[in-house]
Design a binder for this molecule. Sequence first.
Ligand SMILES: C[S@@+](CC[C@H](N)C(=O)[O-])C[C@H]1O[C@@H](n2cnc3c(N)ncnc32)[C@H](O)[C@@H]1O
Length: 426
Amino acid sequence: MSEMRDLFISYSNANKEKVEEIVSTIKYFGPTCWFQLRDSKQHFIEEINAGINNSRDFVVFLSNASVSSLMVRNEIARAISQQKRNSDYSIIPVVIEELTESNQEIIELFLGSLNWLYADKYDNYEGLALAIFEQANLTPSNTESGQSIYSTEKEVEKIRLKAQNKFFNEYAKQYLDEVFSHYENPAVLDIGCDTGDNIMMRLNGRKYRFLLGVDSNTDAVKEANESYPQDNCAFIHCDVTSNSFFRDIFSQMQKFRIIGFDIIHISAVLLHLGKVEELLSNLYMLLNAHGTIFIQDEDDGMNIAHPHSKYFDDCFYIWEHSKESGDRAMGRKLPLLLKHAGFKDIKLLSSTISSIDFGEQYKEELWDLYFNPELWSTDSAAYFDNYEAFDRLKVVAQKHSEMKESYLAGEYFITLGIFFYTATKD
Ligand SMILES: C[S@@+](CC[C@H](N)C(=O)[O-])C[C@H]1O[C@@H](n2cnc3c(N)ncnc32)[C@H](O)[C@@H]1O
């Protein structure tokens, strides 16, 4: 039995170079292809049945040469019979050159009822590949674990995160005052601590017995240990969704002689993780009897800009479809996730921040944190789960300065969904 692949590629040898480039773009995103180099008719005959039967969908590249090719017509006929047997089998015609009138008529007899893609409509092959995936119902790679491809290693993101932390500290302060008021000298665990700067700013001026920060980014953890060498602080490398999570935390707890944590702090992390429910259940076990978990996370459902402008629709669309931005509906999911993990007294302290919260102070920061197109990786459509988001980013980049100016002049009011929760163990 031949192995199963995602796409069977039907084409004419006359277009070999072009098709090879498109196929390598498709493969770059993860899907596997039946793509035979057609050196002989014999080769073709042996492979075609296996290829079509063992692929999930069929892509045919239409050119004057391929429409005239008997091999290609034969493959199309076989794909059509395969589709009759299996209605999930998609046939995706992709036009790669303008067809003569007679070729257009011939091929329409076979494929006229299907949705055709036109390669020249896309700026590059990445866009075309994403459109093929959409039609074939294929998910490009990097998304399977539910984990986003967010990284704090990008310089622009480091700068953004620093500014974000300063700004959000203004909100978090009041909530953390309440949390810390319940403990004399708490042991604190920070999940996804990055370079430690945010948690250290939030702990500034507060009494705590011990802080353990964990993060999967080795360089960030190293930097945290160098920046904060205090005896009662430790930062360790650990993937909080891995099987070694408990072991890693326990060994630190033994070292620092604590039996559990009074406060667990998680800021802007859960949206980037898969297995959130499992993590919350583990955290429930690590919390002391009267302990509190504090979570800050995002939810685009609360994003509003007034007056309405397509510019903001585009921005929100880009956030939703960027693989770097994680699960933009995490905020609303947390009450049930916390409940299922065993937490009690789940409180939503606030669900939005807004452009008027601090008057003129921080107004520009809010814009730069969320609406600066340079924050997004603009060099490749691979960072997005569809091509439209990549396209809209280009429009946003063009209009950005003008929109920022109007916003700073007070022409827009904005709220963004940032949810702050606390929950307790008992
Ligand atoms: C947006 S940053 C937030 C950092 C910090 N909590 C803050 O508020 O500034 C997300 C952090 O989560 C970390 N992270 C992502 N996946 C992780 C995982 N599986 N285990 C541990 N840390 C993870 C990243 O390395 C990054 O430092």
